[in-house]
Design a binder for this molecule. Structure first.
Ligand code: ITT
Length: 200
C-alpha cells in the first residue's frame, strides 16, 4: 500500500485526506514532529510551497501539505489566505455579521496541495469549490467555516454533511484526487521527477 504523510496540525483536514485518498488505495498518515511555516501571501500555492520546502528537506517520506481558505466574493476574497486567523478571531459569526446587509453571498473554498520527498517538491495541485454563505450557522460536523458554507447545487452546509458526503464536494478532496491520479500515473511511467524543484 502506498503511504503519504500529511504535514498538518488539523485533524479534520487529515480525516478528509484519508477519505479522499483511500479511494485511490493510498494510505494517509499524519507526519509527526515538524514545524509548519505559514508565510503571508495572497496565493495559496506559494504558502503551501514555502511550507513544504522546509519539511521535504528533512524527510525520506512521501509528504504533502495543504493550504486552504474561504474566499467571500462581496468581501473581495477576504478572509482568503488568512482564514485560519480570521476563524480564530472573528469566527463564523464574524463573517455572518460582515455579510449582514448584502444580497451577494457567493463564496468559494480554495485548496492547494504541495507534494514532495527527499528535498524535492514534485507537484502542486489546486482546486476550488464554489458555493454560498448561509444566513445562519447550520450543522455540527466538520470544522472552521463548514456550518456557513453551502456548496453549489446543494441545500446542506458542509457542517450538515457526514465526512463521506463532504468529500464528494470539498475543495481539498478535489485537489487530492488530482494528486493521486498524477502520482499513480507518474510513478508507473517513471515521470515523478519531471517537474521537480530541488529545495536543498
Ligand atoms: P494546517 O495548516 O496545520 O494544515 P490549518 O487549519 O491551519 O491546518 P490552513 O492554514 O490551511 O489550515 O487554514 C485554513 C483555514 O480555512 C481553516 O483553519 C478553516 O478556518 C478554513 N477552512 C479551510 N478549509 C475548510 C473546510 O473544508 N471547511 C471549513 N473551513 C475551512
Amino acid at each position: 500500500m502506498i503511504e503519504f504523510y500529511f504535514a498538518s496540525g488539523n485533524d479534520y483536514k487529515i480525516a478528509e485526506a484519508k477519505a479522499a485518498l483511500a479511494q485511490h488505495r493510498i494510505q494517509v498518515k499524519k507526519l509527526e514532529g515538524f514545524e509548519k511555516l505559514e508565510i503571508q501571501h495572497t496565493n495559496l500555492e506559494e504558502v503551501a510551497k514555502a511550507a513544504l520546502a522546509l519539511i521535504v528537506s528533512k524527510t525520506q517520506k512521501l509528504v504533502f501539505v495543504e493550504d486552504s481558505g474561504l474566499f467571500v466574493h462581496e468581501l473581495n476574497g477576504f478572509p482568503g489566505p488568512y482564514s485560519s486567523y480570521v476563524f480564530e478571531t472573528l469566527g463564523v459569526q464574524g463573517i455572518l455579521r460582515l455579510l449582514n446587509s448584502t444580497k451577494n453571498r457567493k463564496a468559494e473554498f480554495r485548496s492547494s496541495v504541495c507534494f514532495g520527498t527527499q528535498g524535492k517538491i514534485l507537484a502542486i495541485f489546486s482546486s476550488v469549490t464554489e458555493g454560498t454563505i448561509t444566513i445562519e450557522a447550520k450543522g455540527e460536523n466538520g470544522f472552521g467555516f463548514d456550518p456557513i458554507f453551502v456548496p453549489m447545487w446543494n441545500s446542506k452546509t458542509f457542517g450538515q454533511m457526514e465526512l463521506k458526503e463532504k468529500t464528494v464536494y470539498s475543495h481539498r478532496a478535489k485537489a487530492l484526487n488530482k494528486l493521486a491520479l498524477w502520482y499513480l500515473n507518474a510513478s508507473k511511467t517513471g515521470k515523478l521527477e519531471e517537474n521537480a524543484i530541488v529545495v536543498n
